[in-house]
Design a protein around this ligand. Sequence first.
Ligand SMILES: NC(=O)C1=CN([C@@H]2O[C@H](COP(=O)(O)OP(=O)(O)OC[C@H]3O[C@@H](n4cnc5c(N)ncnc54)[C@H](OP(=O)(O)O)[C@@H]3O)[C@@H](O)[C@H]2O)C=CC1
Ligand SMILES: CC(C)(CO)C(=O)C(=O)O
Length: 295
Amino acid sequence: MRVSVIGGGAIGLLVSYFINKNGGEPVVYTRSYEQAEELRKFGLTYKSVDGSETTVMVDAKPFAQYSGEESWCVIAVKQTAMNELMGLNKYRNVSYLFLQNGISHLSFLNSLPQKQIGIGVVEHGAIKTGLTTVHHLGEGRIKLSSYRGDYEQRWSELLHSSHFPISLETEWEPMVYEKLIMNASINPLTALLRITNGELLTNIYALSMMRELFNETISVLNMTEQREVLWKELLVLCRNTSLNRSSMLKSVESGKQTEIESITGEIIKRGLQLKIKTPYSRFAYEAIRALDWRG
Ligand SMILES: NC(=O)C1=CN([C@@H]2O[C@H](COP(=O)(O)OP(=O)(O)OC[C@H]3O[C@@H](n4cnc5c(N)ncnc54)[C@H](OP(=O)(O)O)[C@@H]3O)[C@@H](O)[C@H]2O)C=CC1
Ligand SMILES: CC(C)(CO)C(=O)C(=O)O
């Protein structure tokens, strides 16, 4: 079955590789004509965590040619590119699956007319190296749920394999907000201090700042009752992805716009609405915006 993947970045290429491994036919929609041409010509190269490389042939087209042909479509662009996808509302019969960090895309999902919309959170680490290669840096899982409709099982069949597990969640909200807590605590700090996720645990000053960001985030999300459980989960995530450079750190290093607005920006907005002070989040937000502006 042909499955489209919009966005030929780290996650888009990773997902495309595993769709291919599962017997599906990914069609990667890229921003540039050049990337689509290279993918068609040379195939997609997957570098595993242990460094071994496999190349598979994939179809690829520039997003300008996207016409909703495939009934299943994974959206793997960053939050910062979401406004370029407004035209998806025309393709009413396509089942879309969104895989972004942060929560700014939720209002877009709500505005879409499709009956089947999936939402997922990615716990893998991956980086695109060159136009056609993805390096799988940390094996995790994708948690997946239905935002609307009930196609989550079908998505799992299309994507799941032993090195790419899909875990189905009955409710999307706790899944998305728990991931938001993790990203709001980890991403800005790793990007500002230029450290790996693991170093957040070994550097006592970084760990103490992460605790402050975490406390502010759970307060504005009204999740303080789960403080101990979520804090433990955060520490486990840092440990499991200890060698990862977070997606925000990678954006800062490559001079790309970060997703700070969709992560910490959303926490600050809610804090203002609820009159909860968020000084650490505000500092992290402004410092990352300063780097975004410079990039
Ligand atoms: N990488 C990781 O380890 C993790 C990523 N995530 C999340 O996954 C999401 C995707 O991240 P990631 O893959 O790392 O990001 P990347 O920047 O690597 O990939 C995004 C891709 O989308 C492409 N793109 C942007 N606009 C369009 C468009 N209009 N049409 C087609 N393609 C477009 C970009 O193209 P171009 O480069 O040419 O502009 C880029 O290749 C993010 O929300 C991120 O937070 C979550 C957990 C881990
Ligand atoms: C899970 C984590 C923190 C992995 O680095 C991530 O989501 C990211 O880098 O954006």
